[in-house]
Design a protein around this ligand. Structure first.
Ligand SMILES: NC(=O)c1ccc[n+]([C@@H]2O[C@H](COP(=O)([O-])OP(=O)(O)OC[C@H]3O[C@@H](n4cnc5c(N)ncnc54)[C@H](O)[C@@H]3O)[C@@H](O)[C@H]2O)c1
Length: 318
């Protein structure tokens, strides 16, 4: 049995990761500040099951708090850290850039520094497909340029990746930066398209569809992402950057059609131009993940959206 620290452990991806580590018999320390970027009651529900597990400890703390993070890592001595806590929205970052510096950059520095001072064996850092910006070169390969981010959020994640590289080179702290591609599923963030579209279509409200629904997104079901993060925690790779996507982008109009069929309602579509902060396509080359992590995404978009709809009906409408 190993002990893992999961920052952002009450969030969408983090709570699923905590559940997966507990299910295989590990001890998990979840850290979260339950901020109100979206309703903290959702985050409480995300960790409700884990809280009944004897090997789960929840610590309410802010990753910006150097002393608190140091004390958590010193007390629990995790073998590795999965660092998922972050401010995570592209569009919110355009309106509120400074908090991305505070939480994502300063917070990540605290985690890396606590890890190296306490002889942690490694850190897995959540990064993002939005780091690739607007490019015609598809699919996205880890070695592609990432120097022209479209918004403060991907810029802050680029800084996280670079800091992790510096901690490997300066102190020998191993880390794997995993670039998530458009994650969705049960407990999905209410500010993200899959939840917003499902909720709007189910309730007869209009949805905003950019550029006639032509943009494509590489939607990746949450259990596939979690499997990739667990594999990254288990691997000893030095410093690596690895895409975690599905590798099969779907046109947004087709994505909406699947939701319409599940919900049995036609979407009211409000057309709009793609904002400059949004890429035209996200498309992961996952060969590196397949090679280094034996990553093999399982859940199709049709199946994943059906599971999201099932969860939505139970959790949100009840
Ligand atoms: N969901 C996606 O499609 C996606 C895509 C790319 C990258 N990511 C990255 O994956 C990670 C998880 O994203 P998510 O979708 O689960 O988001 P989320 O907002 O549901 O989870 C993040 C969690 O971090 C916590 N948190 C935020 N600031 C904190 C702070 N200062 N101290 C402690 N806790 C704090 C939040 O309360 C939240 O519970 C993030 O790093 C995000 O940038 C997500």
């Amino acid at each position: 049995m190993n002990t893992y620290l999961v920052t952002g452990g009450a969030g969408f991806v983090g709570s699923h990761l905590c559940d997966a580590l507990l299910a295989r018999g590990d001890r998990v320390i979840g850290v979260d500040n339950f901020n109100d970027y979206y309703d903290p009651a959702r985050k409480r529900r995300n960790v409700a099951a884990a809280l009944n597990h004897p090997q789960f400890t929840l610590v309410e703390a802010d990753i910006r708090d150097d002393a608190a993070i140091d004390s958590i890592v010193t007390t629990h001595r995790p073998v590795k850290i999965a660092h998922l806590a972050a401010m995570a929205s592209v569009s919110y970052s355009v309106r509120n850039p400074k908090i991305y510096q505070d939480v994502n950059i300063h917070g990540t520095l605290n985690i890396l520094d606590a890890a190296r001072r306490n002889d942690c064996q490694g850190v897995v850092v959540a990064s993002t497909s939005s780091i690739y910006g607007r490019t015609d070169k598809i699919p996205f390969v880890e070695t592609d340029p990432t120097d022209l981010p479209l918004a403060p959020y991907p810029a802050s994640k680029k800084a996280c990746e670079v800091l992790a590289a510096a901690y490997f080179n300066s102190y020998g702290l191993p880390s794997t930066c995993v670039r998530f591609f458009n994650v969705y599923g049960p407990r999905g963030r209410p500010d993200m398209t899959p939840y917003m579209f499902t909720d709007a279509i189910a309730n007869g409200r209009p949805i905003t569809l950019y550029d006639g629904g032509r943009p494509r997104r590489d939607w990746t079901y949450v259990s596939d992402i979690v499997a990739g993060v667990v594999a990254a925690l288990d691997a000893d790779l030095g410093y690596e950057i690895i895409n975690l996507g599905r590798g099969e982008p779907v046109m947004m109009r087709d994505f909406v059609t699947i939701i319409e069929e599940l919900v049995n309602h036609e979407a009211q579509i409000r057309p709009a131009q793609l904002p400059v902060s949004e890429p035209v396509v996200t498309f992961a080359d996952v060969s590196k993940a397949r090679q280094l992590l034996s990553y093999n995404p399982q859940v199709s978009v049709a199946e994943g959206l059906a599971r999201l709809w099932e969860w939505y009906q139970q959790e949100v409408r009840s």
